[in-house]
Design a protein around this ligand. Structure first.
Ligand code: FAD
Length: 482
């Protein structure tokens, strides 16, 4: 199923030889130059096992200087590279398309500093998100982002994909919380933008180019990020709604009535719930008495246990009375809360276990969002299941078509229809996962030709040989030059 079948290898790239490998061994030491077939097989394959490259070499730099030397060398040799974090990306961006050298950032995993007054954390790009969450927890802070892949994904990968996740509704996107970063350009130049200031209007704020550019403009080596204080009272409600309109109204009400304490608003439909119950070991429906059409998770985070609880309970009561929710339960302790989250966060894993999956990550105005799901169910008929869930609080729908196996006929039923529909409704074809390989050629559904042209010029300026993550993000004519 790899899209590599329709893309041609850029003929201006050279091919790895034994001199290259010797150079890297000299530079990094034998241990950090990996040619082991098993390790390479894993690193060549993406999380969904849908995209597969054929790289013969994986490098594990330990310092910014090493990253710089690697890129300088690759650039002079015209050797293409793929920056790789936790390899949890969902658009085929983190694995080679052909034989690109994999630069794995996992060995750059030091925490550099935490300012306990401002909450500003500075760390290396290879730190695993969950490790940062635990570290901060011990110091009374939290990460402003959280996502189901936290056990493997790295902060450098999060920044490079501008990951959204479960807390965006409260803390905003990484364009707001990342205060600075250090990046290495294709020619090896190290760009120090590792500021720790909230306010700094001295010229173009170049860090934003690296947030969400998916390794196509440089390798992120260090990140400085503003982390909110950990608040003492966290509550989680698992609710049932009978129709999509009620979910929408509940969101409007939650924003209005919970305001400052709302920290997540997630939804899944009954097909998603079904899938989780059937495929995830130990998963159980928190509202077992009957199956409902929609489920919503509402999390509040605040500093006053009794006030917050009262506020949430009053909100739930009036929503129940107003007929917006038909059933619901409040997590009684941390274990119950994590079992509720497991249902929502487990949908991607359950989808993987169910067979082949076509994933779409769309931003669509909330009121139109579920129309697409209904239309897709009619389109797909009995050939595939349509599973919908996502970050409703941010108008972000994860639309998934689940089938026993990949099949071009099924794909033709989905694309370009999904993209055209999204574009017509002024949505985005990538809310948070990025374009990667999957959607590089689809960029025009969401960006004007003039905008894409400017992106191409920036790419050419920063990476004139096109060695950084080729074939990804931009249409091939702009991302790798023949
Ligand atoms: P990788 O997958 O390794 O790489 C992703 C991209 O970033 C690639 O293009 C790669 O080349 C580039 N890259 C990685 N590290 C660097 C670096 N240091 N410098 C330059 N480029 C780099 N995403 C969301 O936004 N929200 C979610 O809620 C969410 N939930 C998920 C749940 C599950 C179960 C899974 C499997 C994925 C989920 N994702 C989600 C997608 C994914 O986890 C995120 O995109 C994540 O941020 C990727 O981080 P990573 O370290 O795994 O990066």
């Amino acid at each position: 199923g790899s899209a590599a079948t329709v893309i041609e290898r850029n003929t201006s790239f050279s091919t790895l030889n034994s001199d290259d490998v010797s150079y890297f061994k000299e530079l990094l030491g034998e241990k950090s130059v990996v040619e082991d077939e098993d390790v390479l097989l894993t690193a060549n394959t993406d999380w969904m096992r849908k995209y597969k490259g054929s790289s013969k070499l994986l490098l594990q730099p330990k310092t910014t200087h090493e990253v710089s030397q690697i890129l300088k060398y690759c650039n002079s040799r015209c050797l293409p590279v793929v920056p790789q974090g936790g390899n949890t990306g969902l658009v085929g961006g983190s694995v080679p398309v052909f034989d690109e050298v994999i630069i794995n950032m996992g060995s750059m995993n030091n925490i550099i500093s935490l300012d306990k007054v401002s909450g500003i954390l500075v760390c290396e790009a290879g730190c695993i998100l969950e490790n940062l969450i635990s570290f901060l927890d011990n110091h009374g802070f939290i990460m402003p982002l959280d996502l189901g892949a936290k056990g493997s994904c790295q902060i450098g990968g999060n920044v490079s994909t501008n990951a959204g996740g479960l807390r965006l509704v409260r803390y905003g996107s990484l364009h707001g919380t990342v205060l600075g970063l250090e990046a290495v350009l294709a020619n090896g130049d190290v760009i120090d933008m590792l500021g720790t200031l909230r306010k700094d209007n001295t010229g173009y704020d170049l860090k934003h180019l690296f947030i969400g550019s998916e390794g196509s403009l440089g390798i992120v080596t260090k990140v400085s990020i503003l982390t909110p204080p950990k608040l003492s009272s966290v509550n989680l409600a698992f609710l049932a709604c009978e129709d999509y309109f009620s979910c929408q109204k509940l969101l409007v009400e939650a924003k209005r009535r919970l305001g400052d304490i709302l920290s997540a608003f997630e939804f899944l439909d009954n097909q998603s719930m079904d899938l989780v119950l059937n495929h995830l070991e130990g998963a159980r429906n928190p509202l077992p008495s009957s199956m409902h059409n929609f489920y919503v998770l509402i999390e509040t985070t605040g500093s006053d246990e009794s006030y917050d609880k009262e506020k949430l309970e009053a909100f739930l009561l009036s929503s129940m009375e107003g007929g917006l929710i038909s059933d619901g339960v409040l997590a009684q302790d941390i274990n119950q809360a994590s079992s509720f989250w497991r249902i929502r966060e487990g949908v991607p894993e359950a989808l993987m276990k169910a067979g082949a999956v076509y994933k779409y990550d769309l931003s669509i105005p909330v009121e139109k969002m579920y129309d697409l799901v209904d239309e897709m169910r009619i389109r797909m008929g009995q050939t595939a299941k349509v599973i919908a869930y996502g970050h409703l609080g941010d108008s972000n729908l994860h639309l998934n078509i689940s089938a026993p196996q990949y099949d071009d006929k099924i794909l033709a039923q989905i694309e370009p229809y999904v993209y055209e529909w999204t574009s017509e409704h002024k949505g985005s074809i990538s809310a948070e996962h990025g374009l990667g390989l999957m959607k590089a050629n689809k960029i025009f559904y969401s960006k004007s030709p003039e905008t894409v042209q400017v992106m191409g010029s920036i790419k050419k300026l920063l990476d004139p040989n096109g060695i950084l993550n080729p074939y990804k993000v931009l249409p091939q004519s702009l991302s790798s030059y023949h």
